[in-house]
Design a protein around this ligand. Structure first.
Ligand code: NAP
Length: 311
């Protein structure tokens, strides 16, 4: 039996539609729209695509969306200076610094930057203050991808309270906040990573399995309990034919897309998992659109909170 597909695009559209009255009310009262600044350092092609998508969505939602670019040769000091200027800007309620930063900025550059962002404008939810609020279950600006996933599960009628949840991946931006959000909704949560022993066995105990590792097709049917909900966060641009042949049979839509374009974005979850799982998020069209919708929601929330109009 094929798993039900969880439609991230439809839920993302709902989230955007629900934010629209708040955008209109804020704009009328403040005399300006909620403002988002996106900082892009360098010319990484994938980052260019992500940033373009975020700017377009923000503009369509009635937000002010500004791209602040720095050249690949920019120093960490210049980037920190730009963030401090945006912290002081009255027109900007949200600041997002696109990852990855150029390697020359140093191994701890992302932490240095996040530490400087005004927590009230931290629409990614990465600042230690907001991470602390998340641990205490009182976050108002939580990491966009995991909070989008929780919204998708809730609106798809997936029972979280009492469920066994397994999260594969323990990054600061996906795995850890995902585990916390599920815990706060009363799931019993296990977090797995590259040193987990017998990962398929642990994963196959999950009612809700979230994979956020960035390894195409890594999660096979052996990882899935029959009827489980499987959330595929992974997005990897794949141009390697052997990987595609292992995942997508000749004649399938995705295989044809690969033949046409020479590379496609692929999730962590092997398509055969659909034969075992009860519900599954597709790639593309699952988690990705939710991430952008939550970024817009967080920007509107930040604007309302900064103005002192919350609650
Ligand atoms: P990350 O920082 O690279 O973290 C990857 C995690 O996966 C690490 O915790 C790592 O374990 C674990 N891992 C790697 N190989 C593993 C293996 N063989 N077995 C078990 N665990 C393994 O990645 P991320 O930023 O969290 O992103 C993960 C994926 O999600 C990427 O494909 C990314 O592109 C995608 N993503 C998508 C969206 C979206 O909107 N759709 C948003 C964010 C991220 P260790 O900690 O032990 O190294």
């Amino acid at each position: 039996m094929a798993a039900r597909l969880l439609d991230g695009t439809a839920v993302a559209n709902q989230i955007r539609a629900e934010a629209a009255p708040d955008v209109a009310a804020f704009t009328a009262r403040a005399g300006r729209p909620p403002g988002l600044a996106i900082v892009l350092v360098g010319d990484d092609p994938a980052s260019e695509i992500y940033v373009r998508g975020k700017l377009k969505s923000a503009g369509e939602a009635g937000l002010r969306a500004d791209l602040e670019r720095l050249p690949p040769t920019a120093s960490l000091g210049e980037l920190l200076g730009l963030v401090e200027r945006l912290n002081r800007s009255e027109a900007h309620d949200g600041i997002l610094v696109q990852s990855p930063l150029p390697a020359a900025m140093g191994a701890d550059a992302e932490y240095r930057v996040v530490d400087v962002i005004d927590p009230r404008k931290d629409v990614d939810g990465f600042h230690p203050t907001n991470v602390g609020y998340l641990v205490q279950n009182r976050a108002t600006l939580a990491s966009c991808t995991p909070s989008g996933i929780v919204t998708l599960l809730e609106r798809s009628g997936i029972q979280i309270a009492g469920a066994r949840a397994v999260v594969i991946g323990r990054s600061d931006i996906v795995g850890k906040p995902m585990a916390l959000l599920l815990l706060h909704r009363n799931a019993t949560v296990t977090v797995c990573h590259s040193r987990t022993q017998d990962l398929p066995r642990v994963a196959s105990e999950a009612d809700i399995l979230v994979s956020a590792i960035g390894r195409p097709g890594f999660v096979t049917p052996a990882f899935a309990k029959p009827g489980a909900t499987v959330v595929d966060v992974g997005t990897t641009q794949v141009s390697d034919r052997a990987t595609i042949e292992r995942m997508f049979p000749i004649g399938s839509k995705r295989r044809e897309a690969f033949e046409r374009r020479g590379s496609i974005v692929v999730g962590d979850v092997h398509p055969d998992v659909a034969e075992v799982a009860g519900a599954l998020t597709p790639v593309p069209g699952g988690v990705g659109p939710l991430t952008i919708a939550m970024l817009l929601r967080n920007t509107v929330t930040a604007a309302i909170q900064r103005a002192g109009w919350a609650g």
